[in-house]
Ligand binder design. Structure first.
Ligand code: 5AD
Ligand code: SF4
Ligand code: FES
Length: 348
């Protein structure tokens, strides 16, 4: 048993040195008595390193078609219940232009792994969006290094590819046909090519341990990731994991807060999945270490069709509504919406 003094000392160590051993991370993730102190420390580190500004990234979900078959995900190729869609380049550009008009300085282009968008098509879209003066984050999965290179040369600034879990055996069980080593190789390529690197994990997938979550945070640190998105696994009824328990809001924010303590100057989103489990989820996450929100700018029926998990927020809302909703929430906790592009400023 770790006693009271030990837990408080560990929180102080994390806050002041940003270094913990795996056992220390586990002790803090397990503790339920000093959660308030732990979250308060993450909030102070957030404030000291990245300030009170919240960066908004406009999310465009441009294709729900995916060649992969991840057991947890509603967009997996074997899910025949999904009406698949792809937005044409003009529509993507239209949504990006509107994102700019809402004051977003970044658009995130996210899709399943959809080969229909070949390199030439993506490069064209990236170049046109860059002409609008926006930063671009891509979240389109595993690609060969040359493809990442072409996206980078076209002007893409950041890339999101979650490791999902650092437990290789578990990863390969839940993501059949995919290789954990190749995923790490992709992350290394992305980093070497000069993108801001975003990764992260799912919290509460079946078979995951607290030790493995501690490894995840140490992995984020070893990769020197620039952005980390952590969210609870939410079982989707149309997937093989339908009957599993799923992750909790509390544990996912604990992993997020731990990430803030150990990687103090990075960008950390308050994730949509957190708010899907708790109506105050994003605001609470912003008070437990997060400094980014990614409001959806996809319009019309497409939002309902991009269903990774049930209960996803905002599926019946318009981009304009989400813009004012999230601004209200941010200002309601005394924070402000940033007006810069929101790149990581290395301070650690
Ligand atoms: N619950 C929560 N997050 C999910 N993702 C996929 N399926 C689920 C689910 N059922 C996450 C994965 C992926 C990101 C785009 O969505 O972590 O990387
Ligand atoms: Fe495809 Fe990503 Fe879903 Fe896996 S998590 S099935 S790669 S959209
Ligand atoms: Fe979409 Fe609040 S952010 S409704």
């Amino acid at each position: 048993m770790t006693d009271k003094k030990d837990i408080l000392a560990l929180i102080e160590k994390a806050e002041t040195t940003h270094e913990l051993t795996k056992d220390e991370i586990v002790a803090l993730l397990i503790d339920t008595e000093y959660e308030a102190e732990f979250f308060a420390a993450a909030d102070r580190v957030r404030r000291m390193y990245v300030g009170d500004e919240v960066h908004l990234r406009g999310l465009i979900e441009f294709s729900n078609t995916c060649k992969q078959n991840c057991l947890y995900c509603g967009l997996r190729r074997d899910n025949k219940k999904v009406n698949r869609y792809r937005l044409g380049p003009e529509t993507i550009l239209d949504f990006a232009t509107k994102a700019k008009s809402y004051g977003y300085r970044t658009v995130v282009l996210q899709s399943g792994e959809d080969e229909w968008f070949d390199v030439a098509a993506m490069v064209d879209i990236i170049k046109k969006i860059k002409e609008l003066g926006l930063a671009i984050t891509l979240s389109v999965g595993e690609k060969p290094r040359e493809v990442y290179q072409a996206y980078r040369d076209a002007g893409a600034d950041r890339y999101l590819l979650r490791i999902e879990t650092t437990d290789k055996a578990l990863y390969e069980k839940l993501d059949p046909g995919m290789s954990w080593d190749n995923r790490v190789k992709c992350l290394q390529d992305i980093k070497e090519l000069g993108f801001e690197l975003g990764t992260g994990s799912l919290v509460g997938i079946p078979g995951q341990t607290i030790e493995s979550l501690a490894d995840d945070v140490l992995f984020f640190k070893s990769m020197d990731a620039d952005m980390i998105g952590v969210g609870p696994f939410i079982p989707n009824p149309d997937t093989p994991l339908a009957k599993e328990a799923g992750g909790t809001f509390e544990l996912s924010t604990k992993v997020m807060a731990m990430t803030r303590l150990l990687l103090p100057d990075i960008n950390i989103p308050a994730t949509t999945a957190m708010e899907s489990l708790n109506p105050q989820g994003r605001v609470l996450a912003l008070q437990r270490g997060a400094n980014v929100v990614m409001p959806n700018v996809t319009e019309g029926e497409y939002r309902q069709l991009y269903l990774l998990y049930p209960g996803k927020i905002c599926i019946n809302d318009t981009p304009a509504h989400c813009r004012s909703c999230i601004t209200g929430k941010i200002q309601g906790i005394g924070r402000k919406v940033a007006e810069t592009h929101g790149f990581r400023v290395k301070r650690a």
